[in-house]
Design a protein. Sequence first.
Length: 210
Amino acid sequence: MADARFLYDAATGRYRYAASGRLVPEARIRAAVDEVLAATTRQMVAWTQQVQAARLPLIEWERQMQGELRRAANAVAIVASGGRGSLDYATRGLLGAWLSGQYVYLGGFVRDIEAGRQPRDGRLLSRAQLYGEAPRGLYQEIVRRQARGRGLEQERSVLGPAERHCSQCPDLAARGWQPIGTLPPPGSRACLSRCKCYLEFRLAPPEEAA
């Protein structure tokens, strides 16, 4: 979080209030990410509405969607890493690969619109919204990578806010603690990028380590 009120503690992977040294609740960090993605989604929907009304060429729409996706992905990567200066080579590589994949999906979206396979109705807006929310999955991947780098060994999935959860998330949450890296991260599940579930991490308890 690029804010002088907060400091990142690399040893714990947590933010602290600069004035008090107290830990910032992780729910607040996730809320900040959600605010970034909500703004991104609103912008993407506005551009897509222009496509619906034939006021924006698809080639320009794709360029603007790519740029907004890149800005959002960079923002969540910086938050997940603890600041711009903490974006190491591996994280930058992960970010670049993620963006490349999203650009491929976006190109397919454009071709579907051009060919008439994607109707220019409410389904067009709904599909565009998925791209605005997609960086949430990238955030979770980087957070997990950071946790593994600090030597944490287990992860569990926690249900996030939802009117109705998909078929996967409740089952994954019910599994409890699992070896780190084994649970499908939010964003790759049946609810796709709309998933607001998240992962928590810890060392294996002594009795399990033994």
